[in-house]
Ligand binder design. Structure first.
Ligand code: NI
Length: 174
Protein backbone atom coordinates (compact mmCIF):
# COMPACT_ATOMS: atom_id res chain seq x y z
CA UNK A 1 0.00 0.00 0.00
CA UNK A 2 1.17 3.50 -0.66
CA UNK A 3 0.00 7.07 -0.42
CA UNK A 4 -0.25 8.50 -3.93
CA UNK A 5 -0.44 12.19 -4.90
CA UNK A 6 -3.99 13.55 -5.19
CA UNK A 7 -4.80 15.21 -8.50
CA UNK A 8 -6.18 18.73 -8.07
CA UNK A 9 -8.42 21.12 -9.99
CA UNK A 10 -6.94 22.02 -13.37
CA UNK A 11 -5.61 18.53 -14.08
CA UNK A 12 -7.67 17.19 -17.02
CA UNK A 13 -7.62 13.63 -15.60
CA UNK A 14 -10.05 14.83 -12.94
CA UNK A 15 -12.62 15.55 -15.66
CA UNK A 16 -12.55 12.17 -17.42
CA UNK A 17 -15.42 9.77 -16.87
CA UNK A 18 -14.05 6.56 -15.38
CA UNK A 19 -14.04 3.39 -17.47
CA UNK A 20 -16.01 0.46 -16.06
CA UNK A 21 -13.80 -2.00 -14.17
CA UNK A 22 -13.79 -5.42 -15.83
CA UNK A 23 -10.70 -7.00 -14.27
CA UNK A 24 -10.85 -7.72 -10.55
CA UNK A 25 -7.16 -8.43 -10.34
CA UNK A 26 -4.10 -7.51 -8.29
CA UNK A 27 -3.83 -4.09 -9.97
CA UNK A 28 -7.39 -3.25 -8.88
CA UNK A 29 -6.70 -4.46 -5.34
CA UNK A 30 -3.57 -2.30 -5.17
CA UNK A 31 -5.54 0.68 -6.46
CA UNK A 32 -8.25 0.17 -3.80
CA UNK A 33 -5.61 -0.26 -1.08
CA UNK A 34 -3.88 2.94 -2.21
CA UNK A 35 -7.20 4.82 -2.34
CA UNK A 36 -7.83 3.90 1.30
CA UNK A 37 -4.31 4.73 2.43
CA UNK A 38 -4.29 8.05 0.55
CA UNK A 39 -7.78 8.96 1.86
CA UNK A 40 -6.76 8.23 5.44
CA UNK A 41 -3.48 10.15 5.13
CA UNK A 42 -5.26 13.24 3.77
CA UNK A 43 -7.45 12.76 5.89
CA UNK A 44 -10.69 12.54 3.96
CA UNK A 45 -14.10 10.91 4.01
CA UNK A 46 -13.83 9.37 0.56
CA UNK A 47 -11.61 9.15 -2.50
CA UNK A 48 -12.21 8.16 -6.12
CA UNK A 49 -9.77 6.66 -8.64
CA UNK A 50 -9.81 9.75 -10.92
CA UNK A 51 -8.40 11.70 -7.96
CA UNK A 52 -5.31 9.51 -8.26
CA UNK A 53 -5.26 10.11 -12.01
CA UNK A 54 -6.71 6.65 -12.72
CA UNK A 55 -9.72 6.70 -15.02
CA UNK A 56 -11.64 3.76 -13.54
CA UNK A 57 -15.01 3.47 -11.81
CA UNK A 58 -13.72 2.70 -8.33
CA UNK A 59 -13.86 4.64 -5.06
CA UNK A 60 -13.70 4.24 -1.30
CA UNK A 61 -15.83 5.81 1.44
CA UNK A 62 -15.09 5.94 5.16
CA UNK A 63 -18.12 4.66 7.06
CA UNK A 64 -19.19 5.94 10.46
CA UNK A 65 -17.94 2.80 12.21
CA UNK A 66 -14.39 3.32 10.83
CA UNK A 67 -14.81 0.67 8.17
CA UNK A 68 -13.96 1.57 4.59
CA UNK A 69 -16.44 0.62 1.90
CA UNK A 70 -14.93 -0.14 -1.50
CA UNK A 71 -17.29 0.56 -4.40
CA UNK A 72 -16.43 -0.74 -7.87
CA UNK A 73 -18.73 0.23 -10.77
CA UNK A 74 -21.22 1.89 -8.37
CA UNK A 75 -24.61 3.22 -9.45
CA UNK A 76 -27.15 5.16 -7.40
CA UNK A 77 -30.41 3.28 -7.88
CA UNK A 78 -32.62 5.36 -5.62
CA UNK A 79 -32.53 8.64 -3.72
CA UNK A 80 -34.83 10.11 -1.12
CA UNK A 81 -35.18 13.56 0.43
CA UNK A 82 -32.91 16.55 0.03
CA UNK A 83 -30.14 17.92 2.18
CA UNK A 84 -28.05 21.06 1.77
CA UNK A 85 -24.77 21.17 3.65
CA UNK A 86 -21.11 22.13 3.46
CA UNK A 87 -18.99 19.98 1.20
CA UNK A 88 -15.30 19.91 0.44
CA UNK A 89 -13.09 17.99 -1.98
CA UNK A 90 -9.49 16.82 -1.57
CA UNK A 91 -9.02 17.82 -5.23
CA UNK A 92 -10.20 21.39 -4.54
CA UNK A 93 -8.08 22.19 -1.48
CA UNK A 94 -8.79 25.33 0.49
CA UNK A 95 -12.48 25.74 -0.34
CA UNK A 96 -15.91 24.47 0.65
CA UNK A 97 -19.39 25.06 -0.71
CA UNK A 98 -23.01 24.40 0.19
CA UNK A 99 -24.28 21.60 -2.04
CA UNK A 100 -27.77 20.15 -2.32
CA UNK A 101 -27.74 16.33 -2.27
CA UNK A 102 -30.20 13.51 -1.77
CA UNK A 103 -30.63 12.92 1.94
CA UNK A 104 -30.57 9.14 1.55
CA UNK A 105 -29.29 7.00 -1.33
CA UNK A 106 -29.22 3.35 -2.28
CA UNK A 107 -26.24 2.14 -4.29
CA UNK A 108 -25.48 -1.07 -6.15
CA UNK A 109 -21.85 -1.84 -6.94
CA UNK A 110 -19.30 -4.63 -6.99
CA UNK A 111 -16.68 -5.44 -4.41
CA UNK A 112 -12.98 -6.01 -5.20
CA UNK A 113 -13.73 -9.57 -6.28
CA UNK A 114 -16.55 -8.57 -8.63
CA UNK A 115 -19.32 -9.71 -6.31
CA UNK A 116 -22.50 -7.63 -6.41
CA UNK A 117 -23.07 -5.52 -3.29
CA UNK A 118 -25.76 -3.12 -2.15
CA UNK A 119 -25.37 -0.21 0.24
CA UNK A 120 -27.70 2.41 1.66
CA UNK A 121 -26.62 5.53 3.50
CA UNK A 122 -27.94 8.75 4.91
CA UNK A 123 -26.32 11.85 6.38
CA UNK A 124 -22.66 12.49 5.71
CA UNK A 125 -22.10 9.00 4.26
CA UNK A 126 -24.86 9.52 1.71
CA UNK A 127 -23.21 12.82 0.77
CA UNK A 128 -19.85 11.05 0.40
CA UNK A 129 -21.39 8.35 -1.85
CA UNK A 130 -22.84 11.02 -4.15
CA UNK A 131 -19.63 13.07 -4.13
CA UNK A 132 -17.48 10.04 -5.04
CA UNK A 133 -19.82 8.73 -7.72
CA UNK A 134 -19.79 12.24 -9.23
CA UNK A 135 -15.98 11.96 -9.43
CA UNK A 136 -16.40 8.80 -11.54
CA UNK A 137 -18.26 10.96 -14.07
CA UNK A 138 -15.68 13.75 -13.97
CA UNK A 139 -18.03 15.93 -11.92
CA UNK A 140 -16.81 18.06 -9.00
CA UNK A 141 -18.83 19.65 -6.18
CA UNK A 142 -18.05 23.08 -7.61
CA UNK A 143 -20.14 22.10 -10.66
CA UNK A 144 -23.23 22.07 -8.41
CA UNK A 145 -22.72 25.70 -7.33
CA UNK A 146 -24.56 28.51 -9.10
CA UNK A 147 -21.32 30.47 -9.24
CA UNK A 148 -17.71 30.03 -8.17
CA UNK A 149 -18.38 33.11 -6.00
CA UNK A 150 -20.24 30.66 -3.76
CA UNK A 151 -16.97 28.90 -2.87
CA UNK A 152 -16.12 29.51 0.77
CA UNK A 153 -12.43 29.75 1.71
CA UNK A 154 -11.25 27.57 4.59
CA UNK A 155 -10.23 30.69 6.53
CA UNK A 156 -13.86 31.84 6.62
CA UNK A 157 -15.10 28.39 7.74
CA UNK A 158 -12.54 28.48 10.57
CA UNK A 159 -13.58 31.99 11.59
CA UNK A 160 -17.34 31.28 11.43
CA UNK A 161 -17.12 27.98 13.30
CA UNK A 162 -14.39 29.08 15.74
CA UNK A 163 -12.10 26.26 14.60
CA UNK A 164 -8.35 26.11 15.39
CA UNK A 165 -5.62 26.30 12.71
CA UNK A 166 -5.71 22.55 12.32
CA UNK A 167 -6.90 20.83 9.15
CA UNK A 168 -8.31 17.90 11.14
CA UNK A 169 -10.75 20.30 12.80
CA UNK A 170 -12.28 21.27 9.46
CA UNK A 171 -15.38 19.61 7.99
CA UNK A 172 -14.33 16.44 6.14
CA UNK A 173 -13.48 16.58 2.44
CA UNK A 174 -13.73 13.70 -0.01
NI1 NI B 1 -13.79 15.10 -4.04
Amino acid sequence: MSVRPIVTLGDPRLRLAGEPVDRFDKALHELLDDLTETMRAAPGLGLAAPQLGVSLRACVVELEDDRVLELVNPTIVRGDGNDRDLEGCLSVPGYYGYVERREKVWVVAQDRFGRRIKAAADGITSRAFQHEIDHLEGILFIDHLDSLDDLIPVSRIRAEQGLPEDDEALPASA
